[in-house]
Ligand binder design. Structure first.
Ligand SMILES: NC(=O)c1ccc[n+]([C@@H]2O[C@H](COP(=O)([O-])OP(=O)(O)OC[C@H]3O[C@@H](n4cnc5c(N)ncnc54)[C@H](OP(=O)(O)O)[C@@H]3O)[C@@H](O)[C@H]2O)c1
Length: 202
C-alpha cells in the first residue's frame, strides 16, 4: 500500500511510520519535516500536497494542535486554534482527500482520551476530539468507492509520559505497540466509522 502519514516524524507518528515502513510505501508529511510539506490548518496546503504526491491507498493523520489553557483565560481566538488545526485540518483532509484515496482505501484520524475523560485545561482539546468522533461516525455513511474512515483515540502514550504526565494524574500510559496497533487496525482492517479507543475506561 502507498500510505501518507501526516505527522509521521512526531512522537506517535514516528513509531507508526517505522512500523508501516516494514511492509508498505510510506510518504511522511509535516509542516517542516518529512518527504512533503503540509499545514493541515490550511486547506489549500492540503490540496497542494495531494496534487504533488498523487493518489494513495491510505491517508493517516497523526497531527493537529489545540490550545491548552484555563477556561477563564481562553479567548475566542484561542479556541479557533484547535478548530482550524486539529478539527478542520482533519475534516479537510477527508473532504479534499476523498478524491485522492484509491477505491477501497482509508482515512485514519487521531484524537485522544480527552474526548471521554478530559483533564484540567482541555476545554478546547476535549471539544475538538469529541467533534472529530461525531464527524467520523457521520462521514463514513457517505464516503464512496469503499473508502473507509476511522479515528484512533489513545490515552497518554508511553513516549510522551515525561512531557505530559503532570497533566494526567492516575492515568495509565499506553504502550507504543498498543498505539501502533490502533493504526494498523484502521489501515489494514475492514472497519469503518470506528472510534478505536486505546485506553482502559479510567
Ligand atoms: N502524545 C500523546 O500522549 C497523545 C495521546 C493521544 C493523542 N495525541 C494526539 O496525537 C497527535 C500527535 O501527537 P504527538 O504527541 O505525536 O505530537 P508531536 O510529537 O508534537 O508530533 C506532531 C507531528 O505533527 C506534525 N504537525 C503538527 N502540526 C501540523 C500541521 N498543522 N500540519 C501538518 N503537520 C503538523 C509535526 O511536524 P512539523 O512540526 O514538521 O509540522 C509533528 O511531526 C496530536 O493530535 C495529539 O493531540 C497525543
Amino acid at each position: 500500500m502507498k500510505i501518507l502519514i501526516i505527522g509521521g516524524k512526531g512522537t506517535i507518528g514516528k513509531r507508526v511510520s517505522d512500523h508501516f515502513a516494514g511492509k508498505h510505501d510510506i510518504i511522511i508529511a509535516g509542516r517542516d519535516s518529512g518527504d512533503v510539506t503540509v499545514d493541515i490548518a490550511d486547506s489549500k496546503s492540503i490540496a497542494a500536497m495531494f496534487e504533488s504526491i498523487g493518489n494513495v491507498d491510505a491517508a493517516v493523520c497523526i497531527a493537529g494542535e489545540a490550545k491548552w489553557a484555563a477556561f477563564d483565560a481562553m479567548t475566542e481566538e484561542d479556541f479557533y486554534i484547535g478548530l482550524r488545526s486539529k478539527l478542520m485540518g482533519q475534516v479537510n483532509l477527508v473532504r479534499i482527500g476523498q478524491n485522492f484515496v484509491n477505491a477501497g482505501g482509508s482515512f485514519t484520524l487521531t484524537t485522544g482520551i480527552l474526548a471521554d475523560h478530559p483533564v484540567e485545561l482541555t476545554t478546547s482539546a476535549a471539544m475538538v476530539n469529541g467533534a472529530i468522533h461525531s464527524f467520523v461516525k457521520a462521514v463514513c455513511l457517505e464516503l464512496k468507492n469503499g473508502i473507509r474512515v476511522n479515528v484512533v483515540s489513545s490515552g497518554l502514550v508511553e513516549d510522551a509520559v515525561e512531557k505530559y504526565e503532570a497533566y494526567f494524574p492516575g492515568h495509565n500510559a499506553i504502550p507504543m505497540n498498543k498505539v501502533i496497533n490502533g493504526y494498523v487496525k484502521s489501515v489494514e482492517g475492514k472497519e469503518t466509522g470506528e472510534i478505536i479507543r486505546m485506553y482502559d475506561n479510567c
